[in-house]
Design a protein around this ligand. Structure first.
Ligand SMILES: Nc1nc2c(ncn2[C@@H]2O[C@H](COP(=O)(O)OP(=O)(O)OP(=O)(O)O)[C@@H](O)[C@H]2O)c(=O)[nH]1
Ligand SMILES: [Mg+2]
Length: 305
């Protein structure tokens, strides 16, 4: 088949509230980690592009930050990234957390989910809903009010209950997506995974480790910037700065006698080695950049544009 042949091919944006499992689903479909995942909301901060290929399909997935009530420049940047990615889509995959703690017992959609529904309806973009984390719902009939509420919205093409964590029903979901894609020649080369370079993914791995080991405001005030990235023949040498907003946050990241920073470096280095497939030297430096998350110049410095 030549690259000019038309196949099922288009942009699919994963959108929804924070922490619903968008990035988990993307990683499951891609069979590798392209987007970091933690148990904390607001993990994804930017649009992440990942290209799924098989013999007769190409799906350009856009993972997005969870849509939330924004605080400061970073929050607005994240919501804008999500809304802009939705407008790029041939199909929007709206993911709902079946086990969302804000849902009243046996109720339909939460007010925050209804706000997303209103927005999606206005865009007139084809929308498929995945109700995720159904492994946490027992008995399964408790999904019915959510499914009925989604159908009652009137604009959703179909709704599929899934569990992204273990891959339950993700094949069914993929089939529902693919049948609704337009016919196009492949938009990207078949061996291309993303539009971002390895250095971006390494910075995300470091941030993922920090999100996993820190608490309260620290995860939300941390950014990671790669200062130097040297890919040599058999190894990779990476210098990265961890930016926080206060000296207190810096102390937490470094830890007693540098123990925490050492743990962050070791975990991130091991993950980077697995991703890059070569030995990695990782040097981390912690920097205080006051108020970086609250102003546009600060965001730009951290690579959020
Ligand atoms: N039990 C269960 N947990 C899940 C499932 N899918 C995702 N999770 C968990 O939900 C949490 C959030 O997952 P993410 O993939 O980071 O969610 P997200 O929607 O990308 O979150 P943001 O990037 O913050 O918007 C993680 O702890 C996942 O392990 C699932 O099917 N079942
Ligand atoms: Mg995410």
């Amino acid at each position: 088949m030549t690259e000019k042949n038309k196949i099922k091919c288009g942009y699919v944006t994963l959108a929804g509230r924070p922490n619903v499992g968008k990035s988990t689903l993307l990683n499951h479909i891609m069979k590798q980690k392209v987007s970091i995942v933690t148990h904390k909301p607001q993990t994804t901060r930017d649009r992440i592009l990942a290209i799924y290929n098989d013999a007769d399909t190409q799906i350009v997935f856009l993972d997005t930050p969870g849509i939330h009530r924004p605080v400061g420049a970073l929050g607005h940047h994240m919501n804008d990234a999500a809304h802009n990615a939705i407008l790029e889509a041939d199909l929007c995959l709206w993911i709902i957390d079946a086990a969302c703690k804000h849902r009243e017992v046996d109720a339909g959609l939460t007010p925050a989910e209804m706000a997303i529904a209103d927005r999606l309806k206005q865009t007139k973009i084809k929308t498929v809903v995945a109700i995720n984390k159904v492994d946490l719902i027992k008995p399964k009939k408790r999904l019915l009010p959510i499914m009925q509420a989604v159908v009652a919205l009137g604009f959703v093409e179909t709704v599929v209950p899934i569990a992204a964590l273990n891959g339950d029903a993700t094949d069914t979901l993929m089939a529902e997506i693919i049948t609704r894609l337009p016919q196009n020649p492949r938009l990207f080369p078949q061996d291309m995974l993303s539009d971002k370079a390895d250095r971006f993914f390494v910075s995300e791995l470091v941030r993922e480790v920090i999100l996993n080991v820190t608490h309260r405001e620290v995860p939300y005030k941390t950014a990671v910037v790669i200062d130097s990235y040297k890919q040599m023949r058999r190894q990779c040498e990476i210098f990265a700065s961890i930016h926080v907003e206060t000296n207190g946050q810096k102390g937490i990241i470094i830890g007693k006698g540098g123990e925490m920073l050492g743990q962050i470096r070791e975990t991130a280095r091991a993950e980077a080695e697995e991703m890059l497939g070569c030995p990695v030297t990782l040097k981390l430096h912690v920097n205080v950049s006051p108020d970086w998350s609250t102003n546009p110049a600060g965001l730009k410095k951290m690579g959020y544009e």
